[in-house]
Ligand binder design. Structure first.
Ligand SMILES: Cc1cc2nc3c(=O)[nH]c(=O)nc-3n(C[C@H](O)[C@H](O)[C@H](O)COP(=O)(O)O)c2cc1C
Length: 306
């Protein structure tokens, strides 16, 4: 059998394989350059960006939980100007598509970020984060209301010509409705899920384990929720769905693809095993060879529910 075809199309943009890095867990990629052959990845999504630099939330911002972690980083980042000046030169050397994950407290801030990034050749697309649970304004406030999700997507679309993914929150009653709103407003793809709002308390001090009180749960603990949501959304929209949530190895990634994901993002696993992304690419290839499946494409959405 010929080598299986790992390439996927995430809405007009071809990736050499379906494995991307999840925003906020892979820095600006340069932090992983000695640990990962970045050019073997499907794509790189960098830390969430806002117009102005942000220090994020006060510490402690991370707590380990059973099969996962809670974080309330609060979108600490260098801001757009420093990103372009200091981070883009390294990213421009990569041969794989690089995506900026953008975040604003107002619709206009998303639009301005997108407009400026439109002129940055290195950035192949934006992932619009309307799902951060750890910031007081914006974020999940946009992602939990179908009308707001539509409005943010529509405005970014009108000012951005390249690839546009909208990243969805699981902290909603009906994620399918939000996904449809993003699709209607012109998203090329939807990615899901961001973290699930959670809380952990130190019983001795009776204080929350993170200063923000609540945080976003990620890691293996959230995978079944994420697979369920990807499966539901993939049936309801025509645009590609990018699956995220607790992907630690190739089997996890394959589960999302079988549920209907076109591509996947690997997040918390990067903290546990910095080489996880490359191992997942190799594991997917091995699985296709063993099962004699010609391509990732042939596996997508093949879950046997009937
Ligand atoms: C420490 C940390 C920082 C994160 N920062 C961002 C971010 O800046 N923007 C964003 O859209 N998602 C962010 N996320 C969410 C992840 O990209 C991902 O959606 C989530 O962690 C679920 O995937 P996982 O279980 O593989 O980690 C962050 C997650 C973690 C754990």
């Amino acid at each position: 059998m010929n080598q299986p075809d790992l390439s996927v199309d995430i809405g007009g943009l071809k990736l050499q394989n379906p494995v991307m890095t999840a925003s906020g867990t892979f820095g600006y990629a340069m932090e992983f350059k000695s640990l990962v052959d970045l050019n073997q990845l499907g794509g790189v999504i960098v830390k969430g960006l806002s117009l102005a630099p942000s220090k994020g939330n006060p510490p402690p911002r991370i707590a380990e939980t059973a099969c996962g972690m809670l974080n309330a980083i609060g979108l600490e980042n260098v801001g757009l100007d420093l990103f372009i000046e200091k981070k883009v030169p390294f990213l421009s050397k990569l041969k794989v598509p690089v995506f900026a994950n953008i975040y604003g407290t107002r619709v206009e801030a998303y639009a301005q970020l997108a407009e400026r990034l439109n002129d940055v050749d290195t950035i192949a697309g934006v992932e619009v984060n309307i799902s951060c649970p750890n910031v007081k304004e914006g974020g999940v406030a946009f992602g939990s209301d179908p009308l707001m999700a539509h409005e943010v997507t529509r405005v970014v679309r009108s000012r951005y010509t390249k690839h546009l993914t909208v990243k969805l929150s699981p902290n909603v009653t009906d994620i399918v409705q939000i996904a449809k709103s993003a699709e209607d407003a012109g998203a090329d793809a939807v990615s899901l899920i961001n973290t699930i709002t959670g809380m952990a308390i130190d019983i001795h001090t009776r204080k929350p384990k993170i200063a923000n009180i609540t945080g976003g749960l990620s890691g293996p603990a959230i995978k079944p929720v994420a697979v369920r949501m990807v499966w539901q959304v993939a049936q309801a929209v025509k645009v590609p769905v990018i699956g995220i949530g607790g992907i630690m190895n190739a089997d996890d990634a394959l589960e999302f693809i079988i549920a209907g994901a076109t591509a996947v993002q690997v997040g918390t696993a990067n903290f546990v095993n910095p080489g996880a992304t490359m191992e997942i690419v190799q594991g997917i290839r091995r699985f296709l060879e063993e099962k004699r499946v010609a391509s990732v494409q042939a596996l997508m959405g093949t879950v046997r529910t009937g």
